[in-house]
Design a protein around this ligand. Structure first.
Ligand code: ASP
Ligand code: MG
Length: 436
């Protein structure tokens, strides 16, 4: 069995929904996980905001916009009278459900029920469309098997038991469809796996059904070795280890969130990133297979602030780093990169929300210097302690670029550098030339 997850743009119009059919209609047994049509969840968030504010004028406009979008999609998608009727009556049910909240108290629970409407609609529409094409499929409700516990963590045991129960009576069936993102919580109320959570649904289902592969279908042909918006001649990386993927995730390289990869990594199920616009391209496969010896990819993250604390008290002292880190903990500000010397420590943060307070407190330890507008360049590959030559290749490529910080050896898969953001483009281009 394979799990195929399609994101919002892949189901974003009638035509895009039609385009899915050749991808999902074959002999392989599969569960298709869908996001809401693109823009839908955002619109539902806005609708909820109007319901909180009891702004009925705005609400009416938003619901009309919602209705129009779906009416148009339905008119374009279906040609048979029966499917048109089915789809329009489905849409009316969902619209009435949303409208019903004007009469009641509106709390976070009602909002979650509203946010679930997008995925419920996209999956039902695909199911009706498949029926119109005489393709047999089963619509599974994620609300029957996807559940989070008190700690808002997926209840893996429940999911496994209930999904197999949901599929039990369809042993001959090849094609199952279900909603990404939505679930129930420990009270049985409708909830969700947070924005962008459909990928997580896919890997959780993959783990629960012991799938051979989880496929994440988007609009790009996998993970690129460098940022294609900045650097020319980038290419899709064909193979990636879960550990490398985790390193890259932070850098907004269009890739899965680390928590979402976890179920697949744990159950050893490969995750493949594929492109709906170029379905035959190999894409990127992420698995537990150790990556070959190489430099895999480069990513960058902007808007960082570097802070240096210089203190004679640090020399041969213990407890100094703890005291420094506690300041950041008090202001709930994550630290990204660290480098230390005997008498100073430099670190970076990506939120300046409490910067003034943090600097204030750090000044008790010594001299504090702050550099805003910094960029982390992260080079991912296989840099185990027994490997040689990678650092020299990297620094050779960057010989004309001033570097503010270096971090090597934190993990076997990451070498990070901090440069002034004005030099980011130069750094990425130089590394691309020197390393690939
Ligand atoms: N539709 C949800 C969102 O936009 C979930 C997802 O697309 O992954 O966040
Ligand atoms: Mg999405």
């Amino acid at each position: 069995m394979v799990i195929m997850k399609f994101g919002g743009t892949s189901v974003g119009s009638a035509q895009r929904i039609k385009n899915l059919v050749p991808l999902i209609n074959n002999d392989e047994r599969k569960i298709v996980v869908l996001s809401a049509m693109s823009g839908t969840t955002n619109l539902l968030v806005e609708i909820s905001a109007s319901l909180y504010a009891k702004d009925l004028v705005k609400l009416k406009q938003q619901i009309t916009e919602f209705e129009l979008r779906y009416k148009n999609a339905i008119a374009e998608l279906f040609s048979k009278k029966e499917s048109l009727e089915n789809a329009n009556s489905l849409l009316n049910d969902h619209l009435n459900f949303i409208k019903s909240f004007t009469l009641d108290l509106f709390t976070v629970n009602e909002e979650k029920a509203i946010l679930a409407q997008g995925e419920l609609l996209s999956t039902a529409l695909l199911n009706i469309y498949l029926a119109e094409q005489n393709i047999s499929s089963v619509l599974l409700s994620a609300l029957d098997f996807m559940r989070i516990d008190d700690a808002e963590e997926p209840d893996v045991h429940f999911i496994k038991k209930m999904i197999s129960k949901s599929m039990e009576s369809f042993s001959e069936e090849k094609l199952f469809i279900t909603q990404g993102y939505i679930c129930r919580n420990s009270f049985g109320e409708i909830d969700n796996l947070k924005r962008g959570g459909s990928d997580y649904t896919a890997t959780l289902i993959g783990a629960a059904t012991n799938a051979t592969e989880v496929q994440i279908w988007t609009d790009i042909d996998g993970l690129h070795n460098n940022d294609p918006r900045i650097v020319e001649k980038t290419f899709a990386v064909t193979e990636l280890s879960f550990d490398e993927a985790a390193e890259l995730a932070y850098f907004g390289a269009k890739i899965l969130h680390p928590t979402c990869v976890l179920p697949a990594k744990k159950e050893n199920i490969p995750v493949r990133l594929l492109n709906t616009m170029q379905p035959t391209a190999t894409g990127t496969i992420i698995s537990n297979k150790p990556a070959p010896d190489r430099i895999t990819a480069i990513a960058a993250k902007d808007h960082l602030t570097a802070i240096k604390i210089k203190s004679a008290r640090m020399l041969l002292a213990y407890g100094f780093l703890r005291a420094v880190f506690e300041v950041f903990e008090r202001y709930k500000t994550p630290i990204d990169m660290i480098s230390t010397s005997e008498v100073a420590i430099s670190l970076t943060i990506d939120s300046n929300k409490h910067l003034d307070e943090i600097i204030n407190e750090l000044q008790q330890f010594g001299l504090v210097e702050v550099d805003k507008n910094q960029t982390i360049i992260c080079i991912v590959g296989t840099f185990g302690a027994d490997k040689q030559g990678y650092a020299s290749r990297i620094f050779d490529s960057l010989k004309n670029i001033p570097i503010r910080m270096i971090s090597y050896g934190g993990s076997e898969n990451n070498i990070s550098l901090l440069v002034n953001s004005d030099l980011k483009k130069d750094a990425l281009v130089s590394l691309n030339k020197g390393l690939f």
